[in-house]
Design a protein around this ligand. Structure first.
Ligand code: AOF
Ligand code: ZN
Length: 374
């Protein structure tokens, strides 16, 4: 017989296992697009305490879904067990029958869910299928945490644009670089690795042509084991000034490069870059600037659910002014740049209203803080 937990004990246990499911779901973050990376943990209790009998994460590429993987691992042990799912189980027929039906057929007795699925094929229907089959359903356990984990998917579904993260590295005196100096080391090695991880979990990195010309960056992930996880690179370059000799262009064979240019831009330059393998996008403009909301719509249509805006100051300000930023990440190093530094458009004491601080921590000598908007 099952031990009787008090309601509070059961709720605490549910939160603990859901937290583990959310951590598990991070494993394939950035590799399941346009699907979210979902986590599932199947737990049963035969009297000796809760025992995990199956775990699953949405597979790379988006299929199979997390539930399918976890149920396969649990086998017959799923009968009478509880399934923890970070997203409402799907209710539509894809390459396999709906996950909600799979949970029913496997004899799952109880489902604990975190985020609801805005996908019109699923929304509410996944939970309804479970309830109709007599399964006890608890919704919205750690819903906020799960929502943050799959923000890209949720924002793309609801707003038809990717989640936009603004990431800046500031010196101790609030500068993001030195005029005419190319790339300036502001943060240390540990923070740099964290940036590579952020890149690996994003679908695209975006910078302005100023940064591209000044720094000649590669904008790739250079972390042992994650060398193949570089997301697409996007350059805002309305006049097409990007040189064919840049590191960005020379890397197009391995990592896609998109240039957002004005329709009036030099057709010869465009043809030359296209020959080199560069893609062009987002030709809508207003007052001869790239129209950012339309550009983001185009990126979402290409399947991108998360974009990391890495600079420079002008691009950051444009996204902030148009209220297109969902998440702000600031690194701050210990050293000052001084008078000839380029001022950051934003610092920890001047975060726009509507954002709340999610976490802060240290990476070696550098501080890190992150804000999100609901
Ligand atoms: C789940 N478990 O692990 C994920 C789900 O293109 P398809 O058929 O794979 O369906 C994509 C939709 O599936 C996506 O919009 C979302 O509603 C859901 N994602 N559902 O049950 C999972 N990744
Ligand atoms: Zn599914």
């Amino acid at each position: 017989a099952k031990p009787q937990l008090s309601e509070a004990e059961q709720a605490a246990l549910d939160r603990r296992i859901m937290a583990a499911a959310i951590r598990l779901s991070r494993r394939n973050a950035g590799r399941t697009s346009t699907n979210p990376s979902v986590g599932t943990i199947i737990v049963r209790d035969d009297g000796a305490g809760p025992m995990i009998v199956g775990t699953g994460v949405t597979a790379v590429g988006g299929r199979p879904h997390a539930e399918t993987e976890a149920l396969a691992e649990a086998g017959e042990l799923a009968r009478g067990a509880t399934a923890y799912v970070t997203l409402e189980p799907c209710a539509h027929h894809g390459r396999t029958p709906p996950c909600a039906n799979a949970l029913v057929n496997a004899g799952i007795a109880r489902v604990v869910g975190a985020a609801s699925d805005p996908d019109p094929r699923v929304s509410g229907e996944g939970y309804a299928i479970l309830r109709a089959a007599g399964i006890e359903v608890v919704e919205k356990v750690l819903a906020t945490e799960a929502t943050e984990q799959m923000a890209g998917y949720l924002i793309r579904s609801l707003k038809k644009r990717p989640e936009v993260t603004l990431k800046l590295a500031l010196s101790s005196d609030g500068k993001i670089g030195r005029k005419g100096a190319g790339q300036v080391a502001i943060t240390g090695e540990i923070a740099r690795r964290e940036v590579y991880l952020m890149r690996a979990e994003a679908d695209a990195i975006l910078v302005g042509i100023g940064t591209a010309l000044e720094d000649d960056p590669a904008l790739t992930v250079r972390l042992p084991g994650l060398e193949n996880r570089s997301p697409a690179r996007i350059i805002l370059d309305r006049q097409i000034r990007l040189p064919e000799t840049s590191k960005l262009v020379s890397g197009v064979d391995r990592v896609p490069l998109y240039v957002a240019a004005c329709p009036e831009a030099d057709a010869h330059r465009r043809a030359a870059l296209e020959r080199a393998g560069v893609h062009f996008i987002g030709t809508e403009t207003y007052e001869s600037e790239i129209a950012l909301p339309e550009l983001l719509e185009d990126l979402a249509a290409l399947g991108m659910a998360s974009v990391l805006v890495e600079g420079g100051a002008k691009v950051a300000r444009a996204f902030l002014d148009e209220e297109l930023i969902d998440r702000i990440v600031l690194f701050q190093g210990p050293e000052a740049i001084g008078e000839d530094g380029i001022a950051s458009p934003i610092d920890a004491d001047h975060i726009p209203s509507g954002f709340r601080k999610l976490r802060e921590m240290r990476f070696g000598e550098d501080s890190y803080a992150e804000w999100v908007r609901p």
